[in-house]
Design a protein around this ligand. Structure first.
Ligand code: ATP
Length: 323
């Protein structure tokens, strides 16, 4: 499979007067054509920092310290401002949790769609733009006669659908979804994601999906990358992470979700709290919270072990019978 996105050795720092933290540390991953990759991990592990870096939307104090990002073969970090303007929306677009609030509440939806088409040189013809927008709206489940409405007349779910329609307006190769439906109720969440995945088949784009809801992630993603304290510690197909994870952190994370476990009555959870990025220990970052940790874990950073396309960074991985 051809890769749409290739991220190599990406490190991102937050440089503040109180010192600097490396929020993303030497992260590499790729996403193939029409593939969807989920990024999972506890709050603060660096997921959004990666997402914003991919679009070069990161702002100070965030600083990309090292690495290489290629999208469709284009060196993203080398783009100038004008190239970046065209690159966003046309090559990659992003829908985040509060994206629905980015719509101007007092400008008709129709006009907001038209501005996207005009700004990116797709069309200056209002009727052409209207037809394109109407189709996009229908695709995300909004009747096209609502184009003349103002966003303040829409529910939260409809506004988020409209934003997704806009994100797909220029047929990007990659759609980044960062907690896109978290503010919405579960039925609406699932319906919106189902539509996005149907559109993925039709428009043939790839997806980077970030969510705290592991059950949604397992349902909608081909591959899942598990992050802990700025690093990807395991990557494998969703079904492998679900049934036979190798890293104890992946195991703990999926066991924190009762909906993934069927009819269990209690959640195991993960003891302790996420790592303070200002105090990185010398061995494995997860050792202090890990039920499989031994002396070597506290001394040495684990080397990456590959199994086909999958990998995990662990001295004492779980055996399939333990998962
Ligand atoms: N503006 C900032 N200034 C300083 N440090 C920051 C800033 N934003 C983020 N960080 C640091 O970067 C780390 C990663 O943050 P990020 O938002 O990428 O995590 P996340 O995994 O997306 O979390 P969440 O799931 O809560 O959105 C945080 O733990 C924090 O230490």
């Amino acid at each position: 499979m051809k890769n749409v996105l290739e991220v190599s050795n990406l490190s991102v720092d937050y440089v503040t007067l109180n010192g600097s933290v490396r929020a993303v540390d030497d992260v590499s991953f790729s996403i193939g054509e029409e593939q969807s990759l989920g990024l999972a991990g506890e709050s603060g592990c660096g997921k959004s920092t990666i997402a914003y870096s991919l679009m070069r939307l990161h702002r100070p104090p965030a600083l990309i310290a090292e690495g290489d990002i290629r999208l469709g073969g284009v060196d993203v970090l080398a783009l100038n401002d004008e190239q970046l303007r065209m690159f966003r929306w046309q090559q990659v677009s992003m829908v985040f949790q509060s994206a629905m609030n980015c719509l101007n509440p007092v400008v008709r939806l129709e006009k907001q769609f038209f501005e996207i088409f005009r700004y990116h040189g797709i069309t200056k013809d209002k009727e052409d733009a209207r037809q394109r927008s109407a189709r996009l709206l229908e695709l995300v489940g909004i009747p096209s006669d609502r184009l003349r409405d103002y966003p303040h007349q829409f529910s939260g779910g409809m506004r988020q659908r409209a934003v997704i329609a806009m994100a797909l307006a220029l047929r990007p190769r990659l759609l980044i979804l960062d907690e896109p439906t978290t503010a919405l109720d579960t039925v609406v969440q699932r319906d919106i994601l189902q539509r996005v995945y149907e559109l993925k088949k039709e428009f043939k784009f790839s997806i980077l999906f970030i969510t705290h809801d592991l059950s949604l992630m397992m349902e909608f993603c081909d591959i899942v990358a598990i992050m802990y304290a700025g690093k990807i510690v395991e990557q494998a197909p969703a079904q492998t992470i679900l049934h036979t994870p190798r890293h104890p952190y992946s195991y703990g994370l999926k066991n924190s979700f009762p909906s993934l476990q069927g009819d269990i009555e209690y959640m195991e959870g993960i003891p302790g709290s996420p790592l303070d990025l200002k105090k990185i220990p010398k061995g494995c970052r997860f050792a202090a919270r890990c039920f499989k940790a031994t002396d070597v874990c506290r001394e040495l950073v684990p080397e990456r072990r590959h199994v086909g396309d999958d990998f995990f960074d662990c001295h004492n991985p779980l055996q399939p019978s333990e998962a």
